[in-house]
Ligand binder design. Structure first.
Ligand code: SAH
Ligand code: SF4
Length: 388
């Protein structure tokens, strides 16, 4: 995957072993020590905060307009606020808390991947994908991931910490600004970056609330997709939410034997329970589910498995997204050749399941989220010293 990207900053990663690549990150800050930023506050909370310091509530709406409609990066630009208030906010309520440290682009600048450093020295990735008809941001929700799927770079070092709602909101707002700078408008958001959104449910839903606010970012829930490895109780919880967020489920295998090897959480929530939750979700919301399926040569790409997958999903209101695997250099999995991918797709389609193959470079980069961070941490040993 890296070969397709142009590194805009020249930071070379020396050859490392698998363990060295993901070892010894800086210790993450405890929850209580994480700063509250403007991006953490839903509009009513900001109103409350301002009225508590003697400001009229409409100031919150003005700030929301600057931050989320005009996408400014500094209180100094909020020229209809009194100077003293701007100064007080600058000192007490940071706007952005993450710093972009690297940007990579591919395909003539249509795919932009940003590596951020958080206030406590963690690294997370965001990808903006520009298509002719839409612009999609792929947002990370955790530093690392506890699920540890066999083929995924993010899970290699386990979970370091959850991201705050503000850290997720910043990724979306920065991507919207980046799109705007290129004459484009952000149209979609997918939670398909680093981490398992259903292991960070509250903050993820808070991000949805903040981005959805009509007097601010005004991003419709139908334009957001949450992707999960299959945390069953949270599928029911999402079904009960008022927001019409889309759900994608990372299936990757049609039977428990194989799925438990690829997606270890399957041992806790086996396929029968997972699909029952998906059916309840569909019944309750009337919305179609997307099943993601990363195709790996010799692992989950045989004709027999394709038929098994078709039989498993037959009759469900769903769609299958086949993602040719993005090989992770320290992991032994490979993608099938194009003919094998098409054959698999046609066998699933033969069972009546709408199936698409995501060949697109943008999604390829998003799907392999976590690799840039692993590479960066390996290349910056000085930053790793506090772990001992
Ligand atoms: N944790 C969530 C969302 C983030 S991962 C989940 O697992 O659904 C987003 C998608 O990328 C998932 O479908 C995941 O299985 C897939 N993915 C991870 N590593 C990949 C790789 N190397 N190649 C292709 N897809 C990958
Ligand atoms: Fe976590 Fe998703 Fe990667 Fe699995 S695929 S390790 S759930 S981020």
């Amino acid at each position: 995957m890296h070969g397709k990207l142009r590194l805009m900053e020249s930071v070379a990663a020396p050859p490392q072993t698998a363990t060295e690549r993901v070892s010894q990150p800086i210790r993450p800050a405890a929850r209580k020590d994480r700063p509250v930023s403007l991006y953490d506050l839903p509009l009513p909370d900001l109103e409350q905060r301002l009225t508590a310091i003697g400001q009229p509530a409409y100031r919150a709406r003005q700030i929301y307009e600057w931050a989320y409609k005009r996408l400014v990066t500094d209180y100094a630009a909020m020229t209809n606020l009194p100077l003293a208030l701007r100064q007080e906010l600058s000192a007490t309520l940071p706007l952005a808390t993450m710093t972009p440290v690297r940007t990579l682009t591919s395909d003539g600048g249509e795919t932009i991947k940003t590596l951020y450093q958080t206030f406590d020295g963690q690294f997370v990735e965001t990808v903006l994908m520009l298509y002719p008809d839409r612009a999609t941001v792929c947002v990370s929700c955790q530093v690392g991931c506890a699920v540890g799927c066999a083929f995924c770079a993010t899970g290699l070092g386990g979970l370091l910490r959850n991201l705050t709602a503000g850290e997720m909101v910043q990724q979306a707002v920065d991507a919207a600004r980046e799109a705007q700078n290129r004459g484009r408008t952000l149209t979609n958001l997918v939670m398909m970056g680093m981490g398992e959104p259903f292991h960070n449910y509250e903050a993820t839903m808070k991000m949805v609330t903040i981005l959805h606010e009509p007097r601010g970012f005004n991003f419709g829930a139908r334009r957001m997709t949450i992707s999960t490895s299959g945390i069953v109780p949270m599928i029911d919880r999402l079904a009960a939410e008022p927001y019409q967020v889309n759900l994608a489920v990372s299936l990757h295998a049609p039977n428990d034997d194989l799925r438990s090897r690829l997606v270890p959480i399957n041992r806790r929530y086996p396929i029968v329970d997972l699909l029952a939750a998906c059916r309840r979700y569909i019944d309750k919301t009337g919305r179609r589910i997307s099943f993601e399926y990363a195709l790996m040569r010799g692992i989950n790409d045989s004709d027999e498995i394709a038929r098994e997958l078709g039989a498993l999903l037959r009759g469900m209101l769903c769609h299958v997204n086949l993602i040719p695997l993005n090989p992770v250099d320290v992991l032994p999995y490979e993608r099938p050749d194009p003919a094998g991918i098409e054959r698999f797709a046609s066998l699933v389609r033969a069972a009546g399941i709408p199936t698409t193959v995501r060949y697109s470079r943008g999604v390829e980069i998003a799907a392999a989220c976590g690799q840039l961070r692993a590479q960066h941490q390996a290349a910056t040993p000085a930053g790793n010293s506090k772990r001992a």
